[in-house]
Design a binder for this molecule. Structure first.
Ligand SMILES: Cc1nc2c(=O)[nH]c(=O)nc-2n(C[C@H](O)[C@H](O)[C@H](O)CO)c1C
Length: 152
């Protein structure tokens, strides 16, 4: 299994390291290919290159949009790009974004970034190895990085 990881220097936390650690703890036949780029708008092409040129079976794209309006616009553009890259390649790219203004306290923001990266890595494992486990969570209000919302 070849897993692509792309992340940014703009982010203020090394989410890729957390995701890679989580993947290695939960799966064994992994080859992880990591590319770091400046920011979220560089992630779509990087993910597509990981799929098409590095033959990755799935990709995690990790980034941190800043708090300004222009940052949120940037994140939206990046998300659209990531969706296009998935459709063009018929390959999942898990978008793992932590917005800098999701938490006031930098300690809490770091915890959120770590947890969200790890929980998306766990999702990747389920998607690639344990699809039944994913199915069991349908409609359960699952969230990554914070408390699950839970089912209605
Ligand atoms: C405004 C802006 N905001 C962000 C951001 O919030 N998070 C991020 O990761 N990158 C941002 N960037 C940089 C772009 O994503 C990209 O790196 C540059 O436009 C170079 O292609 C830009 C230009």
């Amino acid at each position: 299994m070849r897993i692509g990881i792309c992340d940014t220097t703009f982010a203020r936390f090394d989410m890729a390291a957390a995701a890679i650690d989580e993947l290695k703890k939960n799966a064994y036949d992994l080859k992880i290919i990591r590319e770091t780029v400046p920011g979220v708008k560089d992630l779509p092409v990087t993910a597509k290159i990981l799929i098409e040129e590095e033959n990755c079976d799935i990709v995690m794209a990790l980034g941190m949009p800043g708090p300004m309006e222009k940052d949120k616009m940037c994140a939206h553009e990046a998300s659209t790009g990531l969706i296009n890259a998935q459709l063009m390649t018929n390959t999942h790219i898990l978008e793992v974004f932590v917005h800098e203004d999701e938490e006031e306290d930098p300690v809490e923001l770091a915890k959120l970034a770590e947890n969200r990266a790890r929980e998306h890595a766990q999702n990747l494992i389920k998607m690639m190895y344990h699809r039944k486990a994913m199915r069991k969570e349908a409609g359960m209000g699952m969230r990554e990085g914070k408390e699950d919302a839970g089912p209605l």
